[in-house]
Design a protein around this ligand. Sequence first.
Ligand SMILES: Cc1ncc(COP(=O)(O)O)c(C=O)c1O
Length: 386
Amino acid sequence: MKVNGVPFYRQSFGKAEIAEVTDTIKSGWVTTGKKAKLLESEIADYLDARHTVAVNSCTAAMHLLLCASGIGPGDEVITTPYTFASTSECILYTGARPVYCDINYETLNIEPDEAAKKITSKTKALLPVHIAGLPVHLDGFVRLAREHKIKFFDDAAHALGAEYKGKMVGTIGDGSAFSFYATKNLTAGEGGMVATRHTKLAEKVRLLSLHAMSKGAWKRYTKGGSWRYDLLDLGYKYNLSDLAASLGLAQFNRFEEFQLRRARAARRYTAYLKTIEEIKLPVVEEQSVHAWHLYMIRLRPRMLKINRDQFIDELNAKNIGTSVHFIPLFLQSHYRKHLNLNRKDFPNADKAFGEVITLPFFPDLKQEEIDYVCGVIGSICKKYKR
Ligand SMILES: Cc1ncc(COP(=O)(O)O)c(C=O)c1O
């Protein structure tokens, strides 16, 4: 196979996905119904989670976890600036204030010790992110939450399939939020899921996810249903459609195979790249299983004559798709202006941001494609070695 370039992402959709989505279309029921329920129960079984609620994004899942826990104006939630917009947006939607910790420079995750320093009488929850699929140090966060009688939620957008000390991420804190966005380990096109062990919290999340209606459409329009409903609270339009859930179900049938292929691709990248001294590899930790959502390398800037942005330009010139996870929130206009964030307060996140490159990474990535990417990285490093 002659490789001339590698895209950042390529989907693994086939006949099974087309058949499952077609089945939903032919059934005539495309909004939330039995397929969304089935996806919930399959993921609950996989995680061994007591409750799961399907929603239309991870952003929605996190917002609902916070709202359903009564978090609102005057409250604080401790989180990371090194993430996508969603993690902070969901806090701000509730009227609470995000309080940011700097990250661990090596893992890119926030640490329980740093979070502990930010706790005040207003703190109501902790909300770390498992960056790239590497679990945060969950036992420390759980302990901290217990000590201070606050909630521990996790943004598990990257972490379906990850494990920490033998337990699945999604079963450890008070509630976890997963993403089924187009490029996530499991996709439904768009979608998300709440997993929680708390029955009352799950019921509230479910209620708020569909306008807080006493009965959803499935209960109103299927056999024996009645048109009458009551609005029990201020709800949201966050339900997952059966159309999306059917794509998710077909993909979930192949999920464990996808995870094995992601892990295999990560091993091949690592085996090749560890021979290039200008590159630092992603951190893996003994106590956890990495979900391998992303494969992020780091440049050693002192060993190169070009910076990260120029390195990406060189990769692009060889038709290699890349991304950068993440542009920290203290570099984003809205957050700088309205939350008064200053990059000087986050030296680790600031430094790491200048070094990271996310490489092409997906289950169907071919060995030859990995070798091509690594070969190009090797030649760039050679050319621009300091
Ligand atoms: C860390 C993190 N959290 C949350 C999200 C949001 O997921 P969704 O698009 O399903 O709302 C993303 C999406 O990319 C993410 O990377």
